[in-house]
Design a binder for this molecule. Structure first.
Ligand code: SF4
Ligand code: SF4
Ligand code: FES
Length: 241
């Protein structure tokens, strides 16, 4: 069986006296091995101290995102056989480092949800006995498409603006706002959305180079969402002058 070499970022913020370094490991590489399987093998057979995150192993939970050979990707969805030479693994930038390859995306996405007020804003009283409002198929599909975001953070990690501006909501934030904008149950006005996303923290901080679109493992139409939200914000900005 062939072998594969890994070069993995190591740093534990709880022991700052040990400076960050790259550690090499070599393991056997069976056909169809994912980075997830490789990391578990390394942890089980070579180094129980290695830190990384996984839950679902099926590209659903978003917790295994890391920088694989320079690109943000999901470890459970990436086959070592598709990569050349030594596999380099780094933690996602932007997010708080927990240790080695493990980062705290949860706090960041929680902030995003609060900042974008990610819930349906409706003045209707909730009536558990009422028949649900009908929604046309096309709108439901648009909402479903935006909802496919698994909050992995790949779009944020590869975004130039998010790497230099701590408060930038990134493509994930803009996608989230687009989700509510198309929802007919949400009664927020353009002005209210403008207050959330019509600044450099949102639609106007984006440089439009589309790294987010390239890096999204769910192939969300981020480019389309960015231009949709930006168009709405520009038209509101102009009409408010
Ligand atoms: S297009 Fe905008 S949101 Fe996407 S990576 Fe570039 S700056 Fe970031
Ligand atoms: S938009 Fe795509 S890359 Fe960004 S957090 Fe959601 S699933 Fe991940
Ligand atoms: S482990 Fe859940 S997305 Fe990879």
């Amino acid at each position: 069986m062939s072998t594969r070499k890994f070069s993995i970022f190591r740093y534990n913020p709880n022991t700052p006296e040990v400076k960050p370094f790259m550690q090499e490991y070599t393991i056997e590489e069976p056909p169809g091995m994912t980075i997830f399987v490789a990391l578990n093998k390394i942890r089980e057979e070579l180094d129980p101290t290695l830190m990384f995150d996984f839950v679902c192993r099926a590209a659903i939970c978003g917790s295994c995102a890391m920088v694989i050979n320079g690109k943000p990707r999901l470890a459970c969805k990436t086959l070592t056989g598709d990569l050349k030479g030594t596999v380099t693994l780094m933690p996602l930038p932007v997010f708080k480092l927990i240790g080695d390859l493990s980062v705290d995306t949860g706090t960041w996405f929680r902030h995003l949800s609060v900042k974008t007020k990610s819930w349906i804003h409706s003045s209707k009283e909730f009536d558990p006995n009422a028949i649900e409002d009908r929604m046309d198929n096309e709108t439901a599909l648009e909402i479903y498409e935006a909802e496919r975001c698994i909050e992995c953070g790949c779009c944020i990690a590869g975004c130039v603006t998010a790497n230099i501006r701590e408060d930038f909501l990134g493509a994930a934030g803009i996608n989230r706002v687009a989700r509510f904008m198309v929802d007919p149950r949400d009664e927020r006005s353009k002005k209210e959305y403008f207050e959330v996303i019509g600044s450099d923290e949102g639609a106007f901080g984006c440089m439009g180079l589309m790294a987010c679109d390239d890096n999204c493992p769910m192939q969300l139409p981020l480019q389309m969402q960015l231009s949709f939200v930006r168009r709405k914000m520009v038209s509101f900005g102009l009409s408010a002058k």
